[in-house]
Each structure stands twice: as structure tokens, then as C-alpha cells.
Design a protein around this ligand. Structure first.
Ligand SMILES: *[C@@H]1O[C@H](CO)[C@@H](O)[C@H](O)[C@H]1NC(C)=O
Ligand SMILES: *[C@@H]1O[C@H](CO)[C@@H](O)[C@H](O)[C@H]1NC(C)=O
Ligand SMILES: *[C@@H]1O[C@H](CO)[C@@H](O)[C@H](O)[C@H]1NC(C)=O
Ligand SMILES: *[C@@H]1O[C@H](CO)[C@@H](O)[C@H](O)[C@H]1NC(C)=O
Length: 313
């Protein structure tokens, strides 16, 4: 554990972010396999460099939306390295591409002490993963590789229970749908009419997404794990706006419409459920006014700092 390096890491990316949004703090999380397992000049080290360069400068789109999801493999065993990079759908496009483009092999080998497997997450919406054996199709289920973010409670649900009910209805449906979409992406909204507070109509918006290498079942189970985090983590269990970001999937909700990066809003908002309140969530004229942008805070900063450079299997 080296606090100085953690600080440097935060500064390095905060500086990249400064051009687009000075207010936003950037949090990162890295999971490294085992230190000291290659050198930059070894064949594996060169393959990592080639991989990261390929991920940051992709060929012209051959697959739809290649811009936001990239995967690549370099070399042959035992020096083979496979990797992917994703910008999650509500990322700031410039910040996220900066994140992918600036994550070169020197940076990662310093960060992870020359570990052969690396999982990396940034709160700008960028996730990267590489390993010395093919992993495409299976999710990274490491608990360590998650960022839990929430914004301050400010919407007016009559009770935390009402909020949790709306959230459960919305997110469990999105978690099931995302895996069946070609982009592994689902978005929707859920209306809530709270009788206890004079019948005010509120809309909760959510999205669920997996990396595009995952098959349906793996995507769903990845998202269901994140849903469980939302239900259990004290930092977000009663929050009206939160996100749980993993290396393989991502789940979030908030009380205002979500801004998506280009090409990722194609899926129309979910129709409101049949039984609860009337009216269309998507077109609701009574959606709450959008308040000032809240500062995203990390729910478990201490835990993040502790796990940032931790080394595990
Ligand atoms: C990583 O290094 C350890 C000891 O330094 C070694 O036992 C292990 O086999 C190495 N793993 C790989 C994949 O090279
Ligand atoms: C690697 O990335 C770091 C941080 O983004 C940057 O300072 C450095 O110049 C880069 N090195 C190369 C060789 O691109
Ligand atoms: C690295 O990742 C690969 C692919 O997931 C896995 O097979 C291997 O066991 C991992 N190595 C370590 C040291 O964690
Ligand atoms: C969440 O709200 C419930 C009331 O519905 C309360 O009992 C519980 O303590 C709250 N949990 C947290 C972590 O604030």
C-alpha cells in the first residue's frame, strides 16, 4: 500500500478530466493478480503494450458501436494477452475515451507491479481488463473490482420503502433484459405515485449494461450480483440515485433522465408497468424538475483505498 501512488493516480486522471468537468472527482479501482510476473521488455510485456495500443486506437468500426466496446488478443501462449475496454453508456464520451487512450502499458505495469492480469475501473465510466489467458464470455466476479457511487438523497419519496420498491421493479427488469440485447444494454424508467405525499408523480430512470463479450446468462448473473450490492450496501440501500460499476457489468438509477453516449440511447424507455400508477413514465410531464447537479461521492472510499493496490489471486 502506497498512499503517494494512490494520490498520483487520482491526480493523473483528474487532470485529464479537468478539461471537461472541473467539478468531477474521479475514482479508480484496480485489481492486480500477482506482482513481478513480467518485464516491459519481455515478450509478454511487449504483447501488453501492443494490446493496449490496439484498444486505444481501434480500426474503423466493423462491428456496430465498436467505439464503445473493444476487445483484442495478441500473441500465442504462454505470452498471449487478451483484453477489452468499454465505455459504459452514460459515460462522458471525451473523458471515457481519454481514460482508455491514456491507459498505456507503462502506466498499468507501474500501477499493478507487473501483474499479468489487471482489472481497472474509473468512475468516468471506463472499464478495462486484460489477462494472460482468454476470458471473453465470462464475467469478472471479483467483489474488489467494483465502484459504488451514489449522489445525495434529494428526491421526495414518502419512504425509503417506496423508493426501494420502485427501484426493485425497474432494475430487476433491466438486469434481465440487458443480456438479450445486441449491445448488452437496457434502459427504462419507472413511475411512482406516492399517495403519502399528495400523489406527486415521480420517475426513476435506470440502465443496465454488460461488456459485449458476455452471453445472456453471464450478463444476467453479473447484473444480479450488482443488484444485490444495491440492496445490501448501507451506502446506497436507501439512496434515490446510485450506481454500481463493475469490470464486466454496470447498473445505475437516478431521478432524472440519463444522458447517453452516441448510439447508446437506441433502446426506448420501458413502458410503465401495468399495475402501479397510471400515465407514461417516458412522457410524464410531471417528472420532477432537474435539480442542481449533485456531487457524486464514493460510498466506500476507505475500502477503495485499501483495495486499490491490494494483490490477490
Ligand atoms: C508469477 O510469479 C510467481 C512467482 O514469482 C510464479 O510462481 C507464477 O508461476 C507466475 N505466474 C505466471 C503466470 O507466470
Ligand atoms: C503513458 O501514460 C502516462 C499517463 O497517461 C503518460 O504520462 C506517459 O507519457 C505515457 N507513456 C507513453 C510511452 O505513451
Ligand atoms: C489470469 O486470468 C486468467 C483468465 O481469466 C486465469 O485463467 C488465470 O488464472 C489468472 N491468473 C492469475 C494469477 O490470477
Ligand atoms: C433504510 O430505510 C429503512 C426504513 O425503510 C431503515 O430502517 C434503514 O435503517 C435504512 N438503512 C440505512 C442504511 O439508512
Amino acid at each position: 500500500m502506497d498512499p503517494a501512488r494512490l494520490l498520483l493516480l487520482l491526480l493523473a486522471v483528474a487532470a485529464i478530466g479537468a478539461t471537461a468537468d472541473v467539478d468531477r472527482q474521479v475514482f479508480m479501482k484496480v485489481t492486480c493478480s500477482a506482482p513481478g510476473n513480467y518485464t516491459d521488455s519481455s515478450r509478454f510485456g511487449k504483447n501488453v503494450a501492443e494490446l493496449l495500443s490496439a484498444l486505444s486506437t481501434p480500426p474503423p468500426a466493423t462491428v456496430g458501436n465498436y467505439r464503445w466496446f473493444r476487445s483484442h488478443t495478441v500473441g500465442a501462449a504462454p505470452d498471449q494477452v487478451s483484453g477489452l475496454a468499454v465505455c459504459y453508456a452514460n459515460a462522458d464520451a471525451d473523458l471515457c475515451l481519454d481514460c482508455i487512450n491514456s491507459a498505456n502499458s507503462t502506466w498499468f505495469s507501474d500501477l499493478c507491479d507487473d501483474s499479468r492480469n489487471v482489472s481497472f475501473l474509473s468512475s468516468v465510466g471506463c472499464a478495462m481488463r486484460y489477462a494472460d489467458a482468454p476470458f471473453f464470455g465470462s464475467a469478472d466476479s471479483g467483489d474488489g473490482a467494483r465502484l459504488i457511487l451514489r449522489s445525495d438523497f434529494r428526491a421526495t419519496f414518502a419512504s425509503a420503502a417506496a423508493m426501494r420498491k420502485a427501484r426493485r421493479g425497474l432494475l430487476s427488469q433491466l438486469a434481465e433484459r440487458a443480456g438479450g440485447d445486441a449491445l448488452r444494454f437496457a434502459t427504462g424508467s419507472q413511475g411512482n405515485k406516492d399517495a403519502d405525499i399528495g400523489g406527486a408523480w415521480q420517475v426513476m430512470y435506470g440502465m443496465a449494461e454488460c461488456t459485449r463479450d458476455l452471453p445472456l446468462s453471464e450478463c444476467s448473473s453479473c447484473l444480479i450480483d450488482l443488484l444485490a450490492v444495491m440492496y445490501e450496501d448501507v451506502g446506497v440501500t436507501n439512496s434515490t440515485s446510485a450506481s454500481v460499476m463493475g469490470v464486466s457489468c454496470y447498473l445505475m438509477y437516478q431521478m432524472e433522465p440519463i444522458n447517453f453516449i452516441a448510439g447508446m440511447a437506441a433502446v426506448p424507455p420501458a413502458a410503465p408497468p401495468a399495475e402501479p400508477p397510471t400515465g407514461s413514465a417516458a412522457a410524464s410531464p410531471a417528472a420532477p424538475p432537474v435539480g442542481p447537479k449533485t456531487t457524486v461521492v464514493i460510498a466506500a472510499m476507505a475500502a477503495a483505498a485499501v483495495t486499490l493496490f491490494s494483490v490477490g489471486a
